[in-house]
Design a protein around this ligand. Structure first.
Ligand SMILES: Cc1ncc(COP(=O)(O)O)c(C=O)c1O
Length: 404
């Protein structure tokens, strides 16, 4: 069966014909296969074809599909009868989840919301309020070349994709992009006008780029000195993906805020901003809000997920399997001659290929393997954190065949 060229990624594109995608707005180019069931590391389409999943619903399904632990957490959460209460009332699950995240990080407070972009927008607002408390014009937000921070007006302004931005100008003012060099950052980080810098410690959509530790260390020193908040966007690279609970733990620096989303609630929508006491202190009742964020149902499930990801044995497995996977990908590059570079950490790998990535993604799907792209010539592999060595090997063998 020949499938049309497709891309499973945030890279939305032209609509597919109405027959293949009735009534849904055409912001994603989807292949015709209809997914009807998931189990373990596999998705199944309506024809019963199995797909080994190296995409995890874009870094969301840390435990694959049909996970009994998540099913149990959902059942338990339902016992209270409270799917939603609003943030006007206290509920225990959100408080417990926040306590867990605070106990396991630098943070002293957590704000819950519903998606990654919303978490970043929240972090921008918190940084601006903090900045204004220092100097009236200290409101600027700087992101880095290659960044992806979301699709809302401020996060889109911080996202380095002209094609995503152009149709929606004007974007939120006061947000700009710097080159990934300390000289450029030094030039743009004006202590009087900049409130925050946002960085993905490992850029995901931008091509799976691990940001240099030296750059992060200098950036931290510079932002401290200039009283600029440093935000780490760990929406894709956080929560176990790199082999530690938070990606910042491996960078040698501690940011002022981190943003989380994707895997946090096992596939239910949730985002979070973790922040220091200094940031938290400027936010007062009424300053920010969300109807659904951190509700008792989603927070119960998230508590289960985050506790499991924090298990040292799971994180060890991610680091071991990740190191092995990196070696295997380098070997595939050497054996096939079909790739130019391999980059990554933990279970987050990118491979620059010598042909458009979308074609490889499509052929892989034909062969029963789900992978992602990250830019025109980069494949992105984000298997579930619990994938076994044998399952990883099976997927990599398939990828090698597909590349040949
Ligand atoms: C690093 C990063 N930040 C932000 C986002 C936006 O998250 P969401 O799609 O949940 O709004 C994404 C999504 O891919 C991401 O990878």
């Amino acid at each position: 069966m020949t499938l049309p060229v497709m891309q499973i990624s945030n890279e939305a594109a032209t609509p597919v014909p109405a027959s293949a995608q009735p009534a849904i707005l055409g912001t994603y180019k989807r292949p015709p296969a209809e997914m009807v069931r998931g189990d373990g590391m596999y998705l199944y389409d309506a024809n019963g074809k199995a797909y080994l999943d190296f995409a995890s619903g874009i870094a969301v399904n840390a435990f694959g599909y049909n996970d009994p632990g998540i099913a149990g957490a959902i059942q338990n959460a339902l016992q209270t009868g409270m799917l939603h209460t609003s943030n006007l009332y206290r509920t225990r699950p959100g408080e417990e989840l926040a306590e867990f995240l605070v106990d396991h990080s630098f943070a002293s407070s957590v704000f819950f919301c519903n998606s990654g972009a919303e978490a970043n927008e929240g972090a921008f607002k918190f940084a601006r309020k903090l900045g204004r408390s220092i100097a009236p014009g200290k409101t600027g937000i700087i992101s880095l070349r290659g960044a992806f921070h979301g699709r809302l007006f401020a996060t889109l302004a911080a996202t380095d994709r002209a094609a995503y931005q152009a149709p929606f100008m004007p974007l939120a003012p006061g947000v700009s992009i710097s080159e990934r060099s300390i000289e450029d950052l030094d030039a743009v980080l004006d202590a009087r006008t900049v409130a925050a810098v946002i960085v993905e410690p490992v850029q995901g959509e931008g091509g799976v780029r691990v940001i240099d530790r030296g750059l992060l260390a200098e950036l931290r020193a510079m932002t401290h000195e200039r009283r600029i908040a440093l935000i780490f966007d760990e929406i894709q690279c956080g929560l176990g993906r790199t082999g530690t609970l938070f990606a910042y733990e491996q960078t040698g620096v501690v940011p002022d805020m981190i943003t989380l989303a994707k895997p946090i609630a096992g596939g239910l929508p949730m985002g979070a901003v973790l922040m220091t006491g200094e940031v938290a202190a400027v936010m007062k009742p009424g300053d920010h809000g969300t109807t659904f964020g951190g509700g008792p149902f989603v927070a119960s499930v998230a508590l289960h997920v985050v506790k499991r990801i924090a298990e040292p044995s799971l994180l060890d497995q991610v680091r071991d399997n990740g190191a092995w996977m990196g070696e295997e990908l380098h070997a595939i590059m050497r054996r096939t001659g079909r790739a130019r570079a391999v980059r990554g950490i933990g279970l987050m790998w990118g491979m620059d290929v010598v042909e458009p990535a979308a074609g490889v993604v499509s052929r892989a799907m034909d062969a029963g393997l789900l992978i992602l792209s990250a830019g025109e010539y980069t494949l992105r592999l984000l298997p579930p954190l619990v994938m076994t060595r044998d399952e990883l090997r099976e997927g990599l063998e398939c990828l090698e065949e597909v590349l040949r």
